[in-house]
Design a protein around this ligand. Structure first.
Ligand code: 2P0
Length: 365
């Protein structure tokens, strides 16, 4: 086929002068190939760049364990809160001139995280895609049990699909994010989010957006965790004597939590969330070798929450794969909860957040 490279404007002028059927357009590795009906092709370089933001989510009923490690399918359903004031912003630019993918995290090259980023880009845009320059900014500690991989991969799938001009619905993007980081699937959705585990795929949906719960995070140690969530999950499944019971009981905990959310029964939600969190950590403590993510300040924060509860403050705790304690409370008590946790020995700083939106495209700064 004869291929002419001409300026897009020239084609536009030509088409305006002699009206023709609409041109079709295909996108390949950073080039738009326009197929006008007159037998020629116009090739123009297009900007394949987009920025997205996602917030981390905190599970009240935890994802712990994989049904299929190859496809990263969770063994159990989970229920989470998507936050609003903590965020990750990801910019993806596909560039045919780049020899390899690149990642910059908060202004510094971060090649260690690149394999998972590249895998995620392959899932979204295909393995024949152009290489990409990925820039990430995050306003909270990374890999310290604050769900930074959830917000990172949720933002990445939105930015990558947008940059590659691929239109995909939210559930499709959630499944792609979940294939790289199980919890990331939940950050595509706002509010209180249910992830239902299935034999072949997950389902994710928002079940409530209008219960104004607040989260107070007591940061006790900002360093990266020694054992990744993925490794710890596999270890729990392989060695904890409690793992089978954990999987068996999870649907009951989910049902109890869903009923508490639908009736806005804070104490029922508190009871099942604390129980589920302590069950997950029991799996970790009884794995071989054991994994203990807590430190002394984590325990001190649990006592602070118990003291607040004794004073009838509506609050409960949850703890993820790290030493930070997250207190969930009603909006009217969040300042009292924050003050009590801030005064707890070993707490380095406090982060506060309400519930927020799912991952979305934003304009680059
Ligand atoms: C959760 N966590 O439900 C649980 C509770 C941490 C503790 O999902 O292996 O980084 O990449 O799918 O998403 C953190 O695990 O794990 C997590 P992979 P991810 O939030």
């Amino acid at each position: 086929m004869i291929c002419f490279q001409i300026l897009e404007q020239a084609y536009t002028d030509f088409a305006a002068a002699a009206p023709m059927p609409a041109a079709t357009e295909t996108l390949l590795a950073g080039w738009a190939i326009i197929h006008p009906p007159a037998g020629m092709q116009i090739i123009r370089n297009v900007t394949m760049r987009a920025t997205a933001q996602a917030q981390p989510n905190i599970a009240l009923i935890k994802y712990w364990g994989k049904r299929d490690a190859g496809r990263n399918l969770p063994a159990v359903s989970s229920l989470s809160l998507t936050l609003d004031s903590l965020w990750t912003r990801m910019t993806v630019e596909f560039d045919p001139a780049l020899p390899t993918d690149r990642l910059e995290l908060n202004g510094e090259a971060a090649s260690g995280l690149l394999p998972r980023i590249s895998r995620c880009l392959d899932l979204v845009a295909g393995t024949n895609r152009a290489r990409a320059a990925v820039t990430s900014e995050c306003n909270f500690p990374i890999a310290a049990g604050l769900a930074s991989s959830a917000s990172a991969f949720a933002a990445l799938v939105v930015a990558a699909s947008d940059a590659a001009k691929i239109s995909a619905d939210t559930l499709t993007l959630a499944r792609l994010a979940g294939a790289v980081s199980g919890s990331a699937a939940r950050s595509l959705y706002p509010g209180i989010v249910l992830l239902s585990a299935g034999d072949r795929e997950i389902l994710v949906e928002t079940i409530s957006e209008d219960w104004p719960l607040e989260l107070v995070v007591a940061v006790t140690d900002e360093s990266s965790k020694a054992v990744s969530s993925s490794d710890a999950m596999l270890r729990s499944a392989g060695t904890s004597p409690f793992y089978v019971a954990w999987v068996e009981q999870q649907e009951q905990d989910i049902a109890t939590a869903l009923s508490a959310v639908s009736s806005r029964d804070f104490s029922a939600l508190a009871a099942v969330a604390e129980h589920n969190c302590l069950k997950m950590h029991s799996l970790l403590w009884t794995s071989r070798p054991p994994v203990v993510y807590w430190n002394q300040a984590t325990m001190a924060c649990m006592q602070t929450v118990r003291d607040l509860q004794a004073d009838r403050v509506p609050v409960f705790f949850t703890i993820d794969a790290g030493p930070q304690l997250k207190a969930v409370c009603l909006a009217e008590s969040s300042n009292a909860v924050a003050a009590a946790l801030e005064a707890t020995p070993g707490v380095r700083r406090i982060l506060q957040s309400g519930l927020g939106a799912g991952a979305r495209r934003i304009s680059p700064r």
